[in-house]
Write a protein that binds this ligand. Sequence first.
Ligand SMILES: Nc1ncnc2c1ncn2[C@@H]1O[C@H](COP(=O)(O)OP(=O)(O)OP(=O)(O)O)[C@@H](O)[C@H]1O
Ligand SMILES: O=P(O)(O)O[C@@H]1[C@H](O)[C@H](O)[C@@H](OP(=O)(O)O)[C@H](OP(=O)(O)O)[C@H]1O
Length: 485
Amino acid sequence: MDTSFVNSDLDALRNHPKSAESDSKVYGFPSAKGDHVGQNLENRNDLQKVQPNLKPESDSSGQSVSPPVAKGLENLSVVEDAQSQTDHGEPRSRPTGQGETQGADSVLRGFLRKKLHRSSDRSVSSSSASSLNYSSQESDEVFSEEEDKPDKKKILRKTKSWKTFFTMVHWSFKRQNSWVQLAGHEGNFRPSESGQILKKFSEVENACLVKLMEDVLKPFVPNYYGVTTWGEVKYIKMEDLLSGLEAPVIMDCKMGVRTYLEDELIKAQQKPSLRTDMYEKMLKVDPSAPTEQEHAQRAVTKPRYMQWRETMSSTATLGFRIEGVTTDSGKVMKDFKKTKTKQQIIDAFVMFTKSKQQLLSSYLARLLDLENILKTSTFFKTHEVIGSSLLFVHDQKGKANVWMIDFGKTVPIPSGRTLCHDLPWVEGNREDGYLIGLGNLIQTVRDTLRQIQEVAELEETDMETVSSIKQEMPAFERRAAANEC
Ligand SMILES: Nc1ncnc2c1ncn2[C@@H]1O[C@H](COP(=O)(O)OP(=O)(O)OP(=O)(O)O)[C@@H](O)[C@H]1O
Ligand SMILES: O=P(O)(O)O[C@@H]1[C@H](O)[C@H](O)[C@@H](OP(=O)(O)O)[C@H](OP(=O)(O)O)[C@H]1O
């Protein structure tokens, strides 16, 4: 594309009296308003991250399809790149004389071209995904109902026994329920009766859930229904937080500045055991991360790996990190190991909520409630909360909620002592930084909302400029024809 032409279009539009007046709003970006890293929209790339719309939409065959016309521009005909080539495919030079009238036309065209590019895709795009360091290799389709329909029919026809039939009903129920395990150890969960799930029994987690049912935090945790066995294996029965939701979309954020227990650290110091699997996971993310000795032994200790994970992600700096996100198309995104900056997390929230302010406001309200209740909770004061997550859940009807899950490494502290949860950790004080993380998470949701509002305002200004240009077009064309602009 002849970019010099587009640039001169932009210059001409800038010189237009109306656009000159609002130039900074249309082409510039809001000035710095906050003081934390990555908060401001300092350049167009940042804007495009907040409103991820750079990628043209694709049809199912992967072909590019025309972007939808932006609101307010429907009546203006736009010829994509009509100026850049002649009918014979030769580059078109900038017209002069009578062409200046065309120049006025191209001013608008150039503006519209930009506008359309910015408005063509409001949904999740690779631009935002890449800014999150998300790798598609780690995504799975989990509830793509459509692709399974023909198979289900075929299988039904062939069903011979009631046993198979009941298995299928159970499977179909599971699918309808769209249950998905976003993070955590594989094989830890199994489906249960409606509205419940089974998680592999752990003494520590079970004790927590029993206590939590009597604590002020009860409305923030899944209901606990006791212990059961399946075959030889013992499970905790708990509320399925996705039950009854229509195609739920979820995000798992692991809370705290530390993800290993002090006891784990002590054990590892006394009797270090080497983990090859963790060395390999480390290598995959950053081949230069292991030390020479670790390369030589092709293994690392668990605390070493866990600490490295904390510093690669936002755990060490912000006190929480994203473990995984699903989208409403059924994609599971799990590779957030290098999602570290506040802006990357804002981008993830933009993608997760599809910029819906109402969802973000609901999440914000729930997080603020949680923050208040945590400060009054006896359970919270008396437990070191490590590796626990906040599960964000919303559905297509706009229902949104946040839940505390995973108490497998939440342990009571010695009696008589309490924790603050907002102090830095030093070995021995057992502080977990849960409230540091929650405070930063709340601020991040606020910042996401603010950035989305700023983009909406910017778009409104764009629309006003376009409609004022449309009104002034006749006069503008006359002036252009008379070589006055
Ligand atoms: N009560 C629940 N309702 C619905 N989904 C749940 C529930 N509990 C857990 N999940 C799903 O399972 C995932 C893993 O949960 P959890 O963190 O409890 O597992 P884990 O194996 O103990 O994890 P980790 O390895 O981090 O200790 C969550 O991200 C969520 O997707
Ligand atoms: O997310 P990653 O990079 O895959 O790393 C895992 C993650 O930190 C889990 O929280 C941890 O389980 P715990 O929290 O239960 O310790 C697990 O340790 P494990 O392999 O020893 O289970 C790690 O492998």
